[in-house]
Design a protein around this ligand. Structure first.
Ligand code: F6R
Length: 617
């Protein structure tokens, strides 16, 4: 985050960082620029933001007169998360400071060049070189100006970098450059901001301008000037942030994840709203013709982590409704295996943040191969939707907890909307059938509400009972399989517990060897009213593990009496259509992982080593 204005910069920056902390938080730092000081004042601290607050408080009143500066929360890529490697970094004279998101891929060559010239680098980071290079450019051509010096340097950098610079001799100016990682400008009254996310400055202004790829912004109190990497004025896209700070606050809940779990009915309803118009499914942005969509003969879904699990569910819906083959792939693997893509391939990229580097690179690869790309995203105007041919936004609102919850279930219904849009377009479903499916999706919000009312408390109790377990396994079949994978991922990331999800049928091919006395195994049962064979097969699987001593925690449709004798613990969910079941079955698993984490004394919203937005590959 960067700030130029009339308020004490230190307060603005620490407040903004508090709101950005969820993006990455192994260390943090601020730099402030005070008129007449020869150096930029920097405070940094490893650990959570509170450490930085302690350090700045201890520094006393020194820099409280500064009205400009910048701050950063770091998620380490090059160099351990120590005070020394925390951002901002300064050049040797202390005149220029920089903060950075991303990776400067040619930093080793630049570092060697600086070291050959006798410059001593103070950190192990790839970032620090940028401060030295800008200071040198300023010294070499003092008349050219701060923005020109930054432009000169960014044109030498390779990789993904979003950088913000301050210069001690310019206490009223901040320059930032964007390549890949996001950057938004906030325009206030006599003050301007720049940040990775509007959340950083939403307390002060809701008027924002999004920076595009390869753009530089120069901030002064009067406003922002945006240019490209050649120095030409660049077109900008001003927008008004349509959510307020209450949406990003805990609202009486102990932690954000809890609030976000409870917001799911609203998130689902908001995601679906307005997408059925005159009996037809409409997307948000559609730069593909109906004919181009009809020509699609193959779909790839690419995504990471939880979004990948939503993608697995897309496969069941799209293949069933549209009769098109669908492959689902982890985005980081997709482009490296030379997938077969052409104009008649649709790549569906799912990303809550719209910034995930792995997914973005998969999108770019797909487009280079002439495939059509449709993005499902929760962040308006993020890079992935910008680079896609069609977009469907999930309207889950800001998700602050690092673990995806409401954005996951919203992604699932968004995937289903895409399936319905393709089905209507290809004529594999009549419009009345499309409407019926759409209304079933709308009703899913009530089913999730019901499960929140009935299943949360028993699940919490169960979580507290099992918090001491060494491992938990998760089993499912058909649409229950991605739910099992997602349940395991949530438990791993929040409770740091060994957790694995399996297709229940795979158990006997190896993993059953893991079953031992009292091992908790969570089973996602299909509806007894669905395909009878599926239900019967899973019942057999439960018996197999129970016979080997497992403690069976079964998530089943209410009224499914056949499963009761085999469940050590039964969690009932409302009866819903097959494709909706993942939405209701996921909720208890989200609650379970959060509660186990809490019982083990971990920070539910900020699990260790993780960041909300992963902008490096
Ligand atoms: C897990 C989680 C991550 C994200 C993944 C993709 O709870 O949140 O696995 O789902 O990093 O992030 P987006 O959706 O922003 O691309």
């Amino acid at each position: 985050m960067g700030y130029v204005g009339w308020r004490p910069a230190r307060d603005v920056l620490l407040g903004g960082l508090r709101r950005l902390e969820y993006r990455g938080y192994d260390s943090a730092g601020i730099a402030t620029v005070t008129p007449d000081s020869p150096t930029v004042e920097v405070h940094r601290a490893a650990g959570p933001l509170d450490e930085l607050v302690r350090v700045t408080d201890a520094a006393g009143e020194g820099d409280t007169v500064a009205r400009a500066g910048m701050g950063h929360t770091r998620w380490a890529t090059h160099g351990a998360p120590t005070d020394r490697n925390a951002h901002p970094h300064r050049d040797a004279s202390g005149r220029v400071a920089v903060i950075h998101n991303g990776i400067i891929e040619n930093f080793a060559a630049l570092r060697a060049e600086l070291e050959d010239d006798g410059v001593e680098l103070a950190s192990d980071t790839d970032t620090e070189v940028a401060a030295h290079l800008v200071a040198r450019a300023l010294d070499a051509e003092p008349e050219a100006g701060f923005t020109a010096a930054v432009r000169h340097v960014v044109n030498r950098l390779e990789g993904a970098f979003t950088l913000v610079f301050t210069d001690a001799r310019r206490p009223d100016e901040i320059v930032a450059a964007r390549r890949s990682s996001p950057l938004v400008v906030g325009i206030g009254d006599g003050e301007t901001f720049v940040a990775s996310d509007v959340a950083a400055f939403i307390d002060h202004t809701r008027d924002a301008v999004e920076l595009g790829q390869d753009q530089i912004v120069t901030l002064t109190r009067e406003g922002a000037v945006v240019t490209d990497f050649h120095g030409d004025l660049a077109p900008t896209r001003p927008f008004h942030v349509d959510w307020d700070i209450a949406a990003a606050e805990k609202g009486g809940h102990d932690f954000f994840m809890q609030k976000e779990i409870e917001e799911q009915p609203a998130a689902l309803a908001d995601t679906l709203r307005g997408h059925l118009v005159d009996g037809r499914i409409v997307l948000d942005e559609q730069r593909l013709s109906d004919q181009e969509l009809r020509d699609i003969d193959k779909v790839f879904v690419v995504a990471c982590g939880t979004a990948y699990h939503a993608g697995l569910l897309a496969k069941y819906a799209i293949e069933h409704w549209c009769r098109i083959p669908v492959e689902v792939e982890v985005a980081s693997e997709f482009r490296y295996r030379d997938p077969v893509l052409d104009r008649s391939t649709l790549v569906v990229a799912i990303s809550q943040s719209g910034e995930t580097a792995d997914t973005l690179e998969a999108v770019r690869h797909a487009r280079e191969q002439k495939a059509r790309v449709l993005a499902i995203c929760n962040t308006n105007g993020a890079q992935i939707p910008r680079e896609s041919d069609a977009v469907l936004y999930t309207h889950a609102g800001p998700e602050v907890g690092v673990a995806a919850t409401k954005t996951f279930t919203s992604q699932v219904v968004a995937c289903y909307l895409v399936g319905l849009a393709l089905a209507q377009n290809r004529g594999t479903k009549y419009s009345d059938e499309v409407e019926r499916e759409y209304h079933a999706l709308v009703e899913s919000a009530d089913a999730v509400k019901e499960v929140l009312a009935s299943a949360v408390e028993p699940t919490r109790q169960l979580a507290r009972d099992l918090a001491g377990s060494k491992a938990v396994l998760f089993l499912g079949r058909h649409v229950g399989y991605p739910v099992a994978l997602e349940g395991a991922l949530k438990l791993k990331e929040l409770a740091y517990m060994h957790a694995e999800g399996f297709a229940a049928g795979e158990l006997k091919h190896g993993p059953i060897a893991l079953i031992e006395q009292d091992l908790p195994v969570v089973v996602v049962m299909p509806s007894p009213k669905g395909r009878a064979t599926l239900h019967a097969k899973l019942l057999s699987n439960i018996r197999e593990i129970q016979a080997r001593g497992a403690r069976t925690i079964v998530i089943a449709e209410e009224g499914d009496e056949t499963v009761r004798p085999f469940a050590s613990v039964l969690i009932e969910t409302p009866a819903v259509p097959t494709l909706i079941q993942p939405l209701v079955a996921s909720v208890p698993l989200q609650v379970f992982s959060a509660e186990v984490a809490r019982a083990r004394g971990y920070d539910v919203d900020k699990p260790r080593n993780l960041a909300k937005s992963v902008t490096v590959e």
